[in-house]
Design a protein around this ligand. Sequence first.
Ligand code: BTN
Length: 253
Amino acid sequence: MHATSAAEPTAAAPGWLLDVVGAVPSTNPLAGRLPAWHAVRAETQTAGRGRTGRHWVSDAGGLWLSAVLPCPGPRARWTILPLAAGHAVLTALAELGVSDLRLRWPNDLMTGRRKLAGLLVERFTDTTAVVGLGLNIFNHPAVADPSLTTPTARLADLVAGDFTVDGVAGHILRALARTHTALLADGFGPIAAALNRTWSEPRPVAVTLNGDRPSFTGRFQGIDDAGRLRLATDCGGVRFYDATDVALLRELE
Ligand code: BTN
């Protein structure tokens, strides 16, 4: 496929074809050229992309994966995909034995205050979406980038056992396919309800919206059926925010 391809794509999980490449700038645009049910995993990324234009440290030993999912119908129907993909990864990691894991809205996988994984969902065509996942496994992000300020976690420190990066990739691709099937069959409602059960305790947060606006505080109260952040404001009201409008959500406790 690409000049950097190590081999032909392999069947990493039922229904998926996985292409493993060496060092690439970012797996998301590579996957964006592929049809649905293809995925790209890179050994390293030289220009890994995070949400809202941030850099994503992608050193050797982590899982840098982009999976292409079909998105039939109107574009607006799929704005919930980042949260649904977060739910899929949360479930997959819990199955691998990670306890004390939670989703920080909209799609950071956290253990306590440390970040284990992040998702960046991008649309390169009208009919597909690329789910990009960065998951620290055996890598050392803080060593690779000493300027990193976010405390990080690694899968290898959280679960014992004999797993490989490819094995974890296959497990996550299976979970993404299951979630996609559930979305088509039942819509986002059951996933939103499941996520809200994990967020039963309101959490004080500071929210920074896109643009040059001051941040403000409130209590995070989960999501509505459109996946929007539900924020109880300090003045007693409730406001809703779309993920595309929020530059940063900082937890205050
Ligand atoms: C975030 O937490 O800001 C999202 C990070 C997403 C990183 C993954 S790694 C695979 C894919 N390729 C990228 O360049 N970014 C995503």
